[in-house]
Design a protein around this ligand. Structure first.
Ligand code: CMX
Length: 425
């Protein structure tokens, strides 16, 4: 832990100076204009927030600290979190240090299991997961530091403590949600010899004779790590954190946004859509059957899950990474083959439909079929996997914002009559 903290401590003064002088010299320059359509349309494209951990150029997809996500697929999640926070991949020594640090912090307080077991049996796994995070808010080191009056310039240190304490526990909590919610038997103890992602797979308890499921999960945890600052979950985390709420409040709040069907829940919806086509047509549908099914979905006023994106305008490189994994490990699996067929057909249908600005698949289009193939069949659980990974992005963004001392968020809203007055109509 000393290492990640030391590296951040070395970087933060320079980062603060850079932002301070940028604001001093250019603070009144205009970086974005807002149209009425944008004000009513989810602020799409308005450049009004900062995120230094990652970026999503529409024609390239996710860059984590300028590195294309496709070049990071062999990395461990620990390396990704380090990269998000520090801007560079860790050395072998730094990596070992972070792994050991996670191990020390991994024990989940007993009351978390009590709360989980007391929740209604039909609770959504995301509601269970978010509740576990929220209930641990009493552990916050930031709150203790804030109440004891530490200086604003030191807020990031206790935020790092909270982030590490929280992230270290997420694999056990997420695995516990799976086992309790889907009646899989007793909780499985962590294996002190395994890394963060490896332990998650171990504690889920899914049979993995070839080790391919573990490889898939490692890929999954890497690919979902972050996606710049304006998506619902990142923005919600950011907004909550700007009030100096601690990481437990901010991350659980952000994950509640991830649980929406237009965001992270799309992976559950997408697999269910794919399985529906297979059930209806007795296996992999033909081109004509799938085209008709896609049109039926659109004509009933629904979206095709896993397709479209608010920022991306090309096939999501994270979808490509999952597709390459499937082509290598399970090309003949019927669900994966149907996902491939959907990829052949749906972009053409969406183009003809003419509404979606991006007819290409996003990250949620293919991941479910792979999980399903390896025996993780409870698809309401899929967004929890997304959440475990995305918590790394949320924590790193919170940490960086707190380190440079961002202001509380407070954009100005207007009533519809006031907008009319403003526009002179
Ligand atoms: N199927 C049908 N219609 C779609 C569509 C899709 N996959 N994607 C966009 N559209 C529609 C929108 O609903 C919108 O219609 P209205 O004008 O009637 O409201 C129109 O096309 C224009 O939308 P857009 O500007 O292209 O897309 P948005 O930025 O508004 O929305 C997103 C982006 C992701 C919410 C949307 O593409 C969508 O609903 N996709 C399906 C759900 C999904 O896969 N979400 C996961 C995204 C990744 C993630 O966050 O995890």
């Amino acid at each position: 832990m000393a290492t990640l903290k030391q590296r951040m401590a070395e970087l933060i003064p320079g980062m603060r100076d850079e932002i301070r002088s940028l604001l001093k010299e250019h603070g009144d320059k205009v970086v974005s204009e807002v149209s009425l359509t944008q004000a009513y349309g989810g602020m799409r494209g308005v450049k009004a927030m900062v995120c230094d951990t990652s970026e999503v150029p529409p024609d390239r997809g996710l860059l984590v600290r300028d590195i294309p996500i496709g070049e990071l697929t062999d990395r461990l999640p620990e390396e990704i979190f380090y990269l998000l926070c520090v801007g560079k991949l860790p050395t072998a020594e730094d990596l070992e240090d972070l792994k050991a640090d996670y191990r020390k912090r991994a024990e989940v307080p007993g009351y978390v299991w009590d709360v989980l077991k007391a929740m209604p049996a039909d609770s959504h796994p995301m509601a269970m997961f978010d509740t576990c995070i929220l209930v641990m808010q009493r552990e916050s080191e930031f709150v203790k530091a804030y109440n004891s009056g530490v200086k604003k310039t030191e807020y990031w240190e206790s935020t790092l403590e909270d982030s590490l304490n929280l992230l270290a526990k997420l694999p056990a909590i997420a695995a516990g949600v799976y086992r309790i919610r889907f009646n899989k038997g007793d909780l499985i103890d962590p294996d002190p010899n395994l890394d963060w992602g490896g332990n998650y797979v171990h504690m889920l308890g899914i049979d993995d004779p070839t080790g391919d499921f573990k490889a898939l999960m490692r890929l999954y945890l890497t690919l979902h790590c972050d996606h710049e600052g304006g998506n619902v979950s990142a923005h919600a985390t950011h907004c909550i954190g700007s009030a100096l709420s601690d990481a437990y409040y901010a991350v659980s709040g952000g994950l509640n946004g991830l649980a929406g069907p237009l965001h992270g829940l799309a992976n559950q919806e997408c697999l269910s859509w794919v399985l529906e086509t297979m059930e209806k047509f007795g296996g992999k549908p033909t081109d004509e059957q799938l085209t008709q099914f896609a049109w039926d979905t659109l004509n009933s006023g629904k979206v095709i899950p896993g397709y479209g994106h608010a920022v991306l305008r090309v096939t999501d490189p994270r979808f490509t990474a999952f597709r390459e994994f499937g082509l290598k490990h399970c090309p003949d699996d019927p669900t994966f083959a149907t996902v491939s067929k959907v990829y052949d057909i749906v972009p053409g249908v969406l183009k003809e439909h003419g509404k979606a600005k991006n007819p290409w698949p996003n990250v949620d289009a293919g991941s479910g079929s792979l999980l399903y193939n390896y025996g993780l069949k409870e698809f309401p659980y899929y967004t929890v996997l997304f959440a475990v990974s995305r918590a790394m992005g949320m924590c790193s963004q919170l940490l960086v914002s707190r380190a440079w001392g961002e202001a509380i968020e407070r954009p100005k809203s207007l009533t519809t009559p006031k907008f009319k007055v403003l526009l002179g109509v």
